[in-house]
Design a protein around this ligand. Structure first.
Ligand SMILES: NC(=O)c1ccc[n+]([C@@H]2O[C@H](COP(=O)([O-])OP(=O)(O)OC[C@H]3O[C@@H](n4cnc5c(N)ncnc54)[C@H](O)[C@@H]3O)[C@@H](O)[C@H]2O)c1
Length: 353
């Protein structure tokens, strides 16, 4: 089969560290364009990844090129909507990084646009391609947990606010903080492993406490520091989040922190079933405890490169027409949940569905 011609929009960390390294291992892809609005950034990426044929600063050049079949949207969150809508209208398939958009309303519009133009819209949910997640999803289908009555997750770090004052901490550009940036991965996995679940009610509190005064925020290292603007930027997003969710299946409780005054990081999901339970270490292995034998066993499978598996799955889906497991249709519920959690916090009350 021939190569699929794609364009990469946004040449930041996820392009450099995840997708371009994956593309170089794939023989099914041709990267006609890399695009970034910062002068020289696409050229620097091209230098390091010669698979890139051309560089541009205006994404519309790439999106309107008839040779381009699919577009990878790897920009800050607020631009996912605009670029994806344009790309779909230009007849391109789209791989859009998570979160789909900065709110649920825009998420639904993007889904409708994909349907209108009959194109595939895949959302970056790399963790669904983690082998542990695939195994746990199957174990749940096979009844190994019995009834999963509760799920608890914790995504907490000591001092890890990214790019303080830049796109990550400006709600207009990001849609939120730790919940939309890290929480989305956790809730997506929970709903995925449960085999979907309908929301009944949610309650949540979001806090912006640790860097209220950006200049006095202390940290040992800051990821995305190149985008920080501590002098003139904005920080109005959640750095701590906590809440409780009832669904037609399990209830879910959670805590998340981009920053906290607790040193020990926690990144796991606990699935509590009446027959068995599992703790999934984020991005890693899991420990399953069998309620009948009282034995615990740690999984030992290889952890494949999730991004490579996901990118290959996307390109393959364009050829077969089969929807990927990250198709927009399967992401709507987790985006609805995220919106409900933010709304509950803003309105300071429990929301019913
Ligand atoms: N799936 C994952 O595990 C994962 C991991 C990291 C980031 N992400 C997502 O990927 C996206 C990008 O994150 P990042 O960490 O790479 O951010 P980044 O800031 O490092 O990169 C974004 C790039 O987009 C460029 N850009 C902005 N506006 C543009 C425009 N109009 N046209 C072209 N380029 C433009 C910026 O100049 C920047 O180089 C975010 O939505 C983030 O949530 C996903």
């Amino acid at each position: 089969m021939g190569k699929t011609t794609v364009a990469v929009i946004g040449c930041g960390r996820i392009a450099r560290n995840a997708h371009l390294p994956a593309f170089t291992k794939m023989d099914s892809i041709r990267v006609k364009y890399a695009c970034d609005i910062i002068p020289g950034k696409a050229e620097k990426l091209q230098e390091d990844f010669p698979i890139i044929e051309n560089t541009v600063m205006d994404y519309k050049v790439a999106v309107n090129d008839p040779e381009v079949e699919a577009v990878f949207v790897l920009t800050p969150n607020d631009l996912h909507y605009t670029i994806t809508m344009d790309a779909l209208a230009a007849g391109k398939h789209v791989f859009c990084e998570k979160p789909v958009a900065i709110n649920y309303e825009k998420t639904l519009e993007m889904k409708q646009q994909a349907d209108k133009y009959g194109k595939i819209l895949h959302i970056g949910v790399c963790n669904r391609y983690n082998r542990s997640v695939e195994i746990l999803e199957q174990m749940n289908k096979d009844g190994k947990f019995g009834n999963i009555y509760h799920v608890y997750c914790s995504f907490r770090s000591f001092r890890a606010i990214p790019g303080l004052g830049g796109a990550f901490t400006d709600k207009k550009q990001s849609g939120g903080g730790v919940l939309i940036d890290w929480g989305i991965h956790f809730f997506d996995l929970i709903l995925y492993i449960l085999g979907g679940a309908k929301l009944k009610n949610v309650t949540c509190d979001a806090y912006c406490e640790m860097a209220k005064d950006m200049k006095s925020y202390k940290y040992e290292s800051m990821w995305a520091e190149d985008t920080a603007d501590i002098e003139n930027g904005v920080n109005d997003v959640d750095d701590y989040i906590s809440g409780y969710i009832r669904t037609d299946k399990a209830s879910i409780s959670f805590n998340g922190a981009w920053a906290q005054n607790i040193k020990e990081p926690e990144m796991f999901i606990d699935f509590l079933g009446d027959k068995g339970g599992a703790r999934l270490s984020y991005g890693g292995q899991f420990v399953f405890t069998d309620g009948a034998t009282l034995q615990s066993e740690k999984s030992t499978h290889e952890i494949p490169n999730q991004y490579l598996c996901e990118d290959e799955g996307f390109i393959q889906s364009l050829k077969t027409g089969e929807k990927t497991k990250g198709n927009i249709d399967s992401i709507l519920e987790s985006m609805k949940l995220l919106q409900a959690l933010y709304d509950s916090s803003a309105q300071k009350k429990e929301l019913q569905f």
